[in-house]
Design a protein around this ligand. Structure first.
Ligand code: C2E
Ligand code: CA
Ligand code: CA
Length: 242
């Protein structure tokens, strides 16, 4: 109501061309007295008290409305992804609910991507599978977030047909295991390509990582090396000029 929650966008850059290929919407809480509050301070609380459902709907609505505005202005838009917390997967009409929000703004579904975490797989699998199918059938792109973090299981790739695999930043951290991480990343990219998925690498901070991922033919790179998440106005100014 007070618009204290704001959408920040972090660009995803295409390897090779280094052009904007997409963006992820990340929430920021601009609190009247506390100031800037990062999501890791309130998302876990919202996940516990259920408020995450409202927040994610709000983010989706803000992104749909922004895309509609840019399209009306004749700007070329890129797909923007929003995070869908696993708590949503208890509702069987989730896909219809998402369609309903996006259709209020009459934007084509292919400019919206939905990021699910692998952990959603450990709840109601049937709801997850049918929701993802419905979303993809109606033209949304679906991605698996944080692949390789936490309870990673290759089995989820077997059962779930999705469009995009987001490789977790963890693979690129820790000097001791870096070489092993890189080996795994290159094999995961290969595997994802064979499964006809696009690959996004997250948390990329260095030129060496960018060069490595470009050589491996990773599709998109998201990370501080290119840009941190930024307010909509700044994103528009930097990336969205006709
Ligand atoms: P995530 O979905 O994995 O988002 C990526 C996080 O990595 C973001 O943190 C982003 O700022 C950070 N990041 C990107 N590039 C780099 C880099 O090069 N280096 C480092 N160190 N970090 C990088 P952020 O924005 O703090 O968000 C943290 C988490 O909070 C997100 O992780 C996501 O799980 C959750 N979150 C954020 N916004 C939302 C939302 O609207 N809904 C839901 N359900 N969760 C959200
Ligand atoms: Ca995400
Ligand atoms: Ca992630």
């Amino acid at each position: 109501n007070n618009r204290e929650f704001q959408v920040y966008l972090q660009p995803k850059i295409s390897t090779g061309t280094e052009k904007l290929g997409g963006a992820e919407a990340l929430v920021r809480w601009i609190h009247p007295t506390e100031g800037f509050v990062p999501p890791n301070r309130f998302i876990p609380i919202f996940e516990n008290n259920g408020f995450i459902l409202k927040l994610d709907d709000y983010m989706l609505e803000e992104v749909a409305s922004q895309q509609a505005k840019w399209i009306a202005e004749g700007k070329q838009v890129v797909p923007i992804s929003v995070n869908v917390s696993r708590a949503h997967f208890t509702r069987e009409d989730l896909a219809e609910h998402i369609c309903e929000i996006v259709d209020r703004y009459q934007v084509p579904h292919d400019v919206i991507e939905l990021e699910l975490t692998e952990s959603a797989f450990f709840d109601d699998k049937e709801t997850l599978l049918s929701t993802v199918k419905k979303l993809r059938d109606t033209g949304f792109s679906v991605s698996m977030d944080d692949f390789g973090a936490g309870y990673s299981s290759l089995n989820s790739l077997k059962e779930l047909s999705i469009d995009v695999l987001k490789i977790d930043a963890d693979f690129f951290r820790g000097a001791d295991s870096l070489e092993r991480g890189m080996l795994i990343v290159s094999e995961v990219i290969d595997l994802a390509k064979k499964l006809d998925m696009k690959i996004v690498a997250e948390g990329i901070e260095s030129k060496e990582q960018v060069e490595f991922l470009t050589a491996q033919e990773c599709d998109l790179i998201q990370g501080y090396y290119y840009a941190k998440p930024m307010p909509l106005a700044e994103f528009e100014q930097k990336y969205n000029q006709n």
